[in-house]
Design a protein around this ligand. Sequence first.
Ligand code: NDP
Length: 310
Amino acid sequence: MSIAIYTRNVKQSQSWADILKSNLQNERIEIYPNISDFVNVTFLVCWKPEEGLLGKFPNLKAIQSLGAGVDHILDNHVVPSHIKVSKVVDVNLTHDMWEHSMSIILSDMKNLPLHAKNQKSKIWKPKRYTRIKDVSIGILGLGSIGKYVASQFALMGFKVGGWSRSKKEIQNVDTYSEESGLKTLLSVSDYVINILPLTKETRSIVDLDFLAKMKQGSYFINIGRGPHVVNADLLSSIDTGKLRGAALDVFEKEPLPIESAIWNHPLITITPHIASLTHIDSVFPQVIENYNRLINGELLLNLVDLSKGY
Ligand code: NDP
């Protein structure tokens, strides 16, 4: 049994190799493509595996995603059902997603981007702001991240609703499921935050039909995945004034191509997929735990349901 590491960043792969080696001293841990014997690899630790990678390991038993999403694995690879796939669930990563969303919303509520722009031209122009108690937030996806983000906003005093495939019970959060629930949530939310996983069902979910259901003058935040959004539909909804603006952290193609119209849109805030970054010190214990569980024939942590795609 051995462990293979694959990321698209040499330094990142090396950091993972170092930390795993120092904690699993009797195991063979190698960075792809420098694998001494592909037949021995049972555990693959990876981020954005290249096409055909999985097929190179005939005895692979488990894949550990280095992030909360697994679309980077399931989108481009057929994963046989006997291979277990695990994702990261981490308190710091989850908390960071809330801090990012909170920063975007508070900054927008108090018109800080507008005042920063005015300052450049020495324009003194007061504008009414909104208060937390008057603001509704709708969260798409109430999984390990969405549930926490919803609860934190509720604790701050926002009116919070959330939507998921199966109905949830979360203190001080109005929860919805199914199409009818989504329609209701979108119609009452001043801010809609997408924290869904990317699956066949959720790809392109934010299209004209979805945007038409949003409250007039509301604001869209995407911290899920780029392909959740049909960009042309989002841009036209902002240009027609249906939406007040959007903050996008994730994109179909990353980095966002320089020719993209999104870059120059005055009502869109772009961040480079930093709502939450995986911190190796925080995440490595669960990777080691999963490897040990695999060796001992135990159930892995944070398993993905391959039939659902998340
Ligand atoms: P989980 O798998 O824990 O939760 C997913 C949630 O989405 C669940 O509540 C699930 O419903 C719901 N859901 C899935 N499919 C549907 C559907 N078709 N209709 C309605 N609800 C649906 O995921 P996490 O919370 O761990 O992560 C969510 C996503 O956040 C990741 O997949 C990733 O794409 C993104 N992410 C982005 C980061 C960034 O930096 N921008 C960083 C980390 C994650 P149910 O509960 O009923 O199953």
